[in-house]
Write a protein that binds this ligand. Structure first.
Ligand code: PLP
Length: 372
């Protein structure tokens, strides 16, 4: 089946007990045993498995074309579990511009635990290959990246990982399975913050890991998750599953709007630079055109006049909301350097946009009046 159909049907069926077409939310934490002590319906305690979580996992595995999925309480919990399934003494390579929470997890939590991490410019596969060590067990890719929308050739990174006998994990949060197919490019694991586009409405925190094969590594992640309890609630799973049903159409709208906004900004005299992989002048344009169906809903731009002007623009917008995060129906604007705090390498005059599903002309008019 095709993606739009999977997004609506995978993991769903009419409730066998009532015929309800929309799935019920199963809040029960515990499930009845049969007289012989077995669990004939397959569930026994909700930390281990729950019908709403299972439905979401089936749907996510189908959307990405993987063998199995595990849904988590956040994108960060999913990321954490991938690293915890490695062993102390293992080495991972992550992008220098990896999601800042992932970098902090590696440096502040997993390094003391014994996981060795180095950071590489993933737009330069030669450097990544040079950084491989005897104990490299995983290479983490994230494309497009935050906040400069750098594009990584995922197929090339997966090849380098496999030559080293390591896994390639891809954070596919920004592209989603609608725009980018990491398993087809060679990745072994796909990670999502379902908080963003998959949930799609800024109303649920969640994460997921999807595995190409239901192998020992996946089982180890599942074990860590069920023992550690990093599970989403049934209601959160229900919300993400509902969000996913409109994902293919939302991604087209986000991408169409973002291209219009990026094109407007790139012609504006008060704008110094626009970072959007759908623009021909973007250094990742060609790789993006090859590995993404559309360039997506995220972009960043730098204004003339430095930090002060960036704050002024963010203060003047009326349709965009000043807030962090992304992937919801409403457009957001963020001064990224102040969000990332001291030590950030993000330019001070940069504003990041999560382009929502409003009419693109309203978004463009809003930015035009804010830029002055
Ligand atoms: C938001 C985000 C995460 C973390 O997800 P949470 O649900 O906030 O924990 C990880 N990776 C990327 C690319 C993100 O945008």
């Amino acid at each position: 089946m095709r993606l739009e159909t999977l997004a609506v049907h995978a993991g769903r069926e009419a409730d066998p007990a009532t015929g309800a077409v929309t799935p019920p939310i199963h809040l029960s934490t515990t499930f009845e045993r049969a007289a012989d002590g077995s669990y004939p319906r397959g569930y026994f305690y909700s930390r281990v498995a729950n019908p709403n979580r299972e439905a979401l996992e089936k749907c996510l595995a189908a959307l990405e074309g993987g063998a199995a999925a595990a849904a988590f309480s956040s994108g960060s919990a999913a990321t954490m579990t991938v690293f915890q399934a490695l062993s102390p003494g293992d080495h991972v390579i992550a992008p220098t511009d990896v999601y800042h929470g992932t970098a902090r997890l590696l440096r502040e939590v997993l390094a003391p635990w014994g996981l060795d991490a180095s950071f590489a410019d993933m737009t330069n596969p030669g450097q990544v290959a040079q950084d491989v060590r005897a104990n490299t067990k995983l290479i983490w890719a994230e494309s497009p990246s935050n906040p400069l929308l750098k594009i990584t050739d995922i197929g090339r990174i997966a090849e380098i990982a496999h030559e080293a006998g390591a896994l390639c994990a891809c954070d596919n949060t920004w592209a989603t399975p609608v725009l980018q197919r990491p398993f087809e490019l060679g990745a072994d694991l796909i990670v999502h913050a379902t908080t963003k586009y998959l949930g799609g409405h800024g109303s649920v925190l969640g994460g997921a890991v999807i595995a190409r094969a239901e192998d020992g590594f996946f089982q180890r992640m599942r074990e860590i998750q069920t023992l550690g309890g990093a599970v989403p609630s049934p209601f959160e799973c229900w919300l993400v599953l509902r969000g996913v049903s409109t994902l293919p159409y939302r991604m087209r709208g986000h991408s169409e709007n973002a291209l219009k906004v990026a094109t407007f900004l790139s012609g504006h005299p008060a704008v110094e630079a626009v970072h959007y992989p759908g623009l021909k002048e973007h250094p990742g344009y060609e790789v993006a055109a090859r590995q993404m169906a559309l360039p997506g809903g995220m972009l960043a731009f730098q204004v003339q006049g430095g930090r002060e002007k960036a704050f002024e623009v963010a203060a003047k917008v009326k349709v965009f909301t000043r807030a962090t995060s992304l992937g919801g129906v409403e457009s957001l604007i963020e001064h990224r350097a102040s969000m990332e705090g001291p030590g950030t390498r993000t330019p001070d005059n940069l504003l990041r946009l999560s382009v929502g599903l409003e009419h693109p002309d309203d978004l463009i008019e809003d930015l035009a009046q804010a830029l002055g």
